[in-house]
Design a protein around this ligand. Structure first.
Ligand code: SAM
Length: 283
């Protein structure tokens, strides 16, 4: 079970977040434990002060080190040794891979910053620093919610059937294929016929191809250096024949280069990686 503690000056911000959707389901099912710790409980003055003026001057206040470090030590003492993660725009940027890594942990302590930032010396007490993107939020709480949402849904059992994850964006290094539900025709926009035929293998292949096309179109950076598997090479060839790759190839010449490298480098011509696991990816 993943045990998450959130250190914050606004514990009540999490009340509603933890009452709905996957985080709530995960907690109710006993698959994840999520608690908040109020940073003000670790202050030692009458006003429960957690910030102070910056040395050297400047605008804004700085989160004081003493309450944070006291809280980390207390939580370590009562809960074992959680991985201490600072939420900060200066950390490594959250990805699906990092979410998977955290979903396998036993205990994490998420420290939410506020004000103009944290006293630099707090960093010495953290094991990791995570950002949710290259922009600045007012506090670590919303970043924390994003992280918990991404992580909780990966904990086995939370989504009901783990197979839901297989085709999802980033699971295999690609964006997800397009999805449709009823009606079959919506204002003249028809669902691709292959999805109505009930032929599972054809649907799987179509999804994989569309997943590739969509990734190359929207996020070619995701496949830079990718080791294509045999089916992906076939699907790329089909996309090329359908002239769906032409524009991309002009813009991102590396697709051709990667394919050549892959075929030359592979021990038997083709290398397969995690993203090349085959049928289960789109099931
Ligand atoms: N002055 C700081 C800087 O430039 O790095 C930003 C401080 S920000 C106003 C206050 C707090 O919000 C940070 O300490 C951090 O906990 C949180 N925060 C802001 N942006 C974030 C992001 N992109 N990812 C994670 N946490 C963020």
């Amino acid at each position: 079970m993943l045990d998450v503690t959130i250190l914050t000056i606004f514990p009540r911000l999490f009340d509603s977040f933890l009452s709905f959707g996957n985080p709530a389901r995960a907690i109710q099912a006993g698959l994840v434990k999520i608690e908040t710790a109020d940073l003000r409980d670790f202050t030692d003055d009458r006003h429960r002060t957690t910030d102070d003026y910056p040395y050297g001057g400047g605008t804004g206040m700085i989160m004081k080190p003493e309450p944070v470090v006291r809280a980390i030590r207390h939580i370590r003492g009562t809960k074992g040794a959680p991985k201490v993660i600072l939420m900060t725009p200066q950390g490594r940027v959250l990805t699906q891979e990092i979410a998977e890594e955290l979903a396998r942990m036993e205990r994490i302590l998420l420290v939410c910053g506020r004000y103009e930032g944290i006293d630099e010396r707090i960093r010495a007490f953290a094991d990791d620093e995570i950002s949710i993107g290259d922009y600045v939020l007012s506090g670590g709480e919303t970043a924390c919610m994003v992280l918990i949402d991404a992580v909780a849904r990966l904990v086995p059992g939370v989504l009901g059937a783990d197979s839901h994850l297989y085709g999802e964006s980033f699971y295999n290094g690609l964006l997800e294929h397009p999805q449709y539900t009823r009606p079959a025709d919506f204002e003249g926009m028809a669902v691709p016929p292959v999805l109505l035929e009930g032929h599972h293998e054809k649907i799987r292949r179509w999804r994989r191809k569309e997943s590739l096309a969509r990734t190359l179109d929207r996020r070619p950076d995701l496949v830079k250096g990718r080791v294509w598997d045999r089916e992906e090479l076939e699907l790329l060839e089909e996309l090329r024949r359908e002239t769906r790759l032409t524009e991309l190839e002009t813009e991102y010449g590396h697709i051709e280069d990667d394919r050549e490298r892959t075929v030359q480098d592979g021990p038997s011509g083709i290398q397969t990686g995690r993203h090349g696991e085959g049928p289960c990816e789109d099931s």
